[in-house]
Design a protein around this ligand. Structure first.
Ligand code: NAP
Length: 348
């Protein structure tokens, strides 16, 4: 078994930025980008991360108006491409940004394995990483960049109708026939809920945005967009208490519970989209790194990507429940690669 210098686990903006920097430092990084499985699809943990499940990325510096259509048409899966708005003369979409980052990392010699790391052993050095295929990789340093995934409420009825009307990804599922010209429900009050509601108005007859308070958490500009959209009805002060449906039809509606009085509300809908925050993808670490009480990786040194284990670094949403932006993740990925490079130099 050859020993790697840097293994990067994860394939969002943090992972690819780390790979670009590590490859250019001639560390020949190996990226485990995640496995393409139904389990990962349902959990929202497929390769290329959360940005691959989003639409326009309006706040990633460096992408003003410009026409990249020709190249992107050839790089992106036509099935994914066709559900996105035709892309020209305006910024960049999440899937486009991720494909470009991946390609950029590969151009500098990054090797990519399409599999999950399911177990790590950081108690011995070189570190040992086990993939879901059973293959074990030994490495001098590790950069964990596995991101975070969408949360569900945990209702039995929500679980029962997953993939039959319940989803946590409007961009993945919104164009399905069952959601077209039908009323849909989105739960949440943050940027994701607003973005997903706005996106779903392309297909739905009506979108009910259900929020547990009387004020959106979303940024002002996004909130205004939702509030001025005729197809979006905001249902204030309510939570989802049950998804209703039938074996034949899947989801047919929801029961909502008021947070201010005892009156339940029923809404007909063929789809329910959860947009209620995220959980970091750290389960595979199984106690090998120090985590916060919310299971995010603890960074032990201010302004560095060091974790509780020397030689293991973390970048992006897996260690950040505060900024959670593509551009901060990409920056952290760059920092992690530089930290790994210096760590290797100091220990060789
Ligand atoms: P978020 O900001 O944490 O918002 C989660 C929302 O879900 C909150 O409104 C919260 O309600 C609600 N919620 C949480 N648990 C709930 C429960 N059990 N029942 C009912 N409602 C529940 O998460 P996010 O919207 O996914 O955004 C995450 C980060 O990504 C943010 O920093 C955001 O700015 C960023 N983001 C940016 C963009 C963009 O710029 N285009 C798009 C998407 C996300 P409360 O408000 O009452 O807490």
């Amino acid at each position: 078994m050859g020993r790697e210098k840097v293994v990067i686990i994860g394939s969002g903006p943090a992972g690819w930025s780390a790979a670009i920097y590590a490859a250019r430092a001639e560390l020949s990084p190996l990226v485990f980008e995640g496995a393409i499985t139904e389990e990962n699809r349902v959990a929202g943990t497929l390769p290329l991360g959360q940005l691959n499940l989003t639409t326009e990325v309006e706040n990633y510096a460096g992408f003003p108006a410009g026409d990249l259509t020709g190249y992107l048409d050839s790089a992106i899966d036509p099935d994914v491409r066709q559900i996105m708005a035709p892309h020209s003369k305006h910024g960049i979409s999440g899937p486009e940004l991720m494909e470009l980052m991946r390609q950029q990392a590969k151009n500098f010699g990054t090797r990519v394995v399409t599999d999950d790391i399911v177990e790590v052993d950081f108690k011995q050095h070189p570190f040992r990483l086990t993939a879901s295929s059973g293959e074990v990789t030994e490495t001098e340093t590790v950069i964990v960049a596995t991101g975070a995934r969408a949360n569900y409420l945990g209702l039995p009825s929500e679980e029962a109708y997953k993939n039959r009307g319940v989803s946590a990804c409007a961009v993945c599922d919104g164009a399905l026939p069952r959601f077209r010209n039908k009323p849909l429900v989105v739960v949440g009050g943050g940027d994701s809920a607003v973005e997903e509601s706005t996106y779903l108005t392309k297909f739905a007859s009506k979108v009910y945005l259900v929020h547990r308070r009387d004020q959106l958490r979303a940024s002002k500009i996004m909130a205004e967009r939702a509030q001025s959209n005729d197809k979006i009805d905001i249902v204030w002060n309510h939570v989802l208490s049950e998804v209703t449906g039938t074996d034949n039809d899947g989801v047919t509606g929801v029961v909502l519970k008021s947070t201010v009085n005892d009156e339940p509300k029923e809404v007909e809908a063929t789809g329910v989209f959860l947009a209620i925050g995220h959980t970091p993808n750290t389960a595979f670490l199984k106690g090998q790194l120090e985590l916060t009480d919310k299971q995010y990786i603890v960074l032990t040194t201010p302004f560095r990507t060091n974790t509780s284990v020397p030689g293991v670094f973390a970048a992006g949403d897996v260690a950040d429940d505060y900024y959670r932006q593509a551009i901060t993740s990409a920056g952290a990925g760059c920092m992690a690669a530089l930290d790994a490079e210096r760590w290797i130099a100091a220990h060789e």
